[in-house]
Each structure stands twice: as structure tokens, then as C-alpha cells.
Design a protein around this ligand. Structure first.
Ligand SMILES: O=C(O)c1ccccc1NCC(=O)[C@H](O)[C@H](O)COP(=O)(O)O
Length: 226
């Protein structure tokens, strides 16, 4: 079976971390962006990350954060990957990740609609610009940078993207199978990332929704046995 990797983002509680791990996810995201309702402090992220067993990866999500703050968080959460979800330039991401010796994901914020006369989001160029990233995360462009529960139009994306891709933006148990079907062959590999779709309230995850989501991903995987 082609196993799609799963990240759950925006965890704030011990119970939610334990539920996600029990469901078999591969990575857990902590939002290090104070204006977000899912924001956690560095100390809290460090505490929650300590619950992760071997081979489940903590990811620290930043929006336009200073190098100093990112360095501090990295000391507190060893082994964490970085997710740049703001307006960070390729050079900025590359320098920070290299200095700190961390692997990183770059979020691409894809417009929900392309206004007439404007050019569509150029994912091929974006992947080229951020080619040092370990993955490009495809998210819907929403106010507040992310975690908006909105789905962009998957069919607008080009095939043959030179990157590992992470599909996100408004995913849930009901639509993730279609999302995987739509994009499974567009990059080197496809992972999925969800936040709102497995919540009962912002920052509060729901164990049943997490399990349902993971089951739906595995159902999509089963369609393509290796
Ligand atoms: O979750 C937030 O509040 C947030 C704030 C600022 C930047 C990113 C944020 N979240 C990113 C994610 O949780 C996911 O990577 C992605 O956007 C999917 O979110 P959702 O559409 O809620 O599933």
C-alpha cells in the first residue's frame, strides 16, 4: 500500500497529542504564531513534544518570525522540523534552516479564486524558488495566514511539480480521499495536513474526527496497492 504521511496541525492539549499518536499520524504541528487561536508558547510546545514516541515528528510552524525566536524554539524542541507559513523569502528560510540544522517545509498559500486577468498561482516556479525545502505544503490563501478550513481548487495545480507535496486547507474525513486522488501523482510524494477538519473548536481536537480522518487516508491509499 502506498502510505500517505499524515500531519495534524495546531495541537494545544496533551490528550490531542496522545489521540493523534494513537491514530497513527506521522507528524504533529505546533503553531508558534501568537495571533492564532491555536498558538502555543515555546515552553508548551516543548512539553507537548516530549509525549511523542520515536518516529513521530514535531513541526514548529512560524509566520514571519525572527531568527532569534526560531533558534530559541529549536533549542527547546530538539528534532523539530520548521514550517514557514508567512511571507518568508527563500533565502531567509534557507539561512535559518541551515544555521539551525533543521529540515523545513514551505507553505504555498494558493488563492481560492484567480480574479479575471490575473495570473494563476505558479506552483512550478514556487517549488523551484523553495527547492531547498523538504516539502511544499499547499494551503488555501486565507486571512490570518492559515488554519482557515478553506479548500482551494485542486484541479488548478500542474502535474510534475519538482517537490514533495503536502496537501492541506480545509481537509476532513469526507474530502481527503478525493484530495489524495486528485494530487497523488503531482509531486515526488504526497502527504496531507489537517487542522480545522479534526476539531470540535479552534485548538481543541476531536479524537473521533482524527481517527475518521486517518481511516479515510488509508482508504485512499488502499486504492493503489504497490
Ligand atoms: O492554525 C492556525 O491558526 C494557523 C495560523 C497561521 C498560520 C498557519 C496556521 N495553520 C496552518 C495549519 O494548520 C495547516 O498547515 C493548514 O493551514 C491547514 O489548516 P486547515 O485548513 O484548518 O485544515
Amino acid at each position: 500500500m502506498n502510505r500517505t504521511r499524515i500531519k495534524i496541525c495546531g495541537l494545544t492539549r496533551e490528550q490531542d497529542v496522545d489521540d493523534a499518536v494513537a491514530a497513527g499520524v506521522d507528524a504533529i504541528g505546533f503553531v508558534m504564531y501568537a495571533p492564532s487561536p491555536r498558538a502555543v508558547t515555546v515552553e508548551r510546545a516543548a512539553e507537548l513534544a516530549l509525549r511523542l514516541p520515536a518516529f513521530v515528528t514535531p513541526v514548529l510552524l512560524f509566520v514571519n518570525e525572527t531568527s532569534e525566536a526560531i533558534a530559541h524554539a529549536c533549542v527547546q524542541v530538539p528534532g523539530a522540523w520548521l514550517q514557514f507559513h508567512g511571507d518568508e523569502t527563500p533565502d531567509h528560510c534557507r539561512k535559518i534552516a541551515r544555521t539551525l540544522g533543521r529540515r523545513w517545509i514551505r507553505a504555498a498559500r494558493i488563492p481560492l479564486e484567480t480574479p479575471a486577468g490575473e495570473e494563476a498561482f505558479d506552483l512550478l516556479k514556487y517549488a523551484q524558488d523553495y527547492s531547498d525545502a523538504q516539502a511544499v505544503l499547499l494551503d488555501a490563501h486565507v486571512d490570518g495566514y492559515g488554519g482557515g478550513g478553506k479548500t482551494f481548487n485542486w484541479s488548478q495545480l500542474p502535474p510534475n511539480v519538482n517537490a514533495h507535496l503536502v496537501l492541506s486547507g480545509g481537509l476532513n474525513a469526507a474530502n481527503v480521499t478525493d484530495g489524495i486522488r486528485a494530487l497523488r501523482n503531482h509531486g515526488h510524494s504526497l502527504a496531507v495536513d489537517v487542522s480545522s477538519g479534526v476539531e470540535s473548536a479552534k485548538g481543541i481536537k476531536d479524537a473521533a474526527k482524527i481517527h475518521e480522518f486517518v481511516r479515510a487516508v488509508r482508504a485512499a491509499d488502499a486504492e493503489h496497492p504497490l
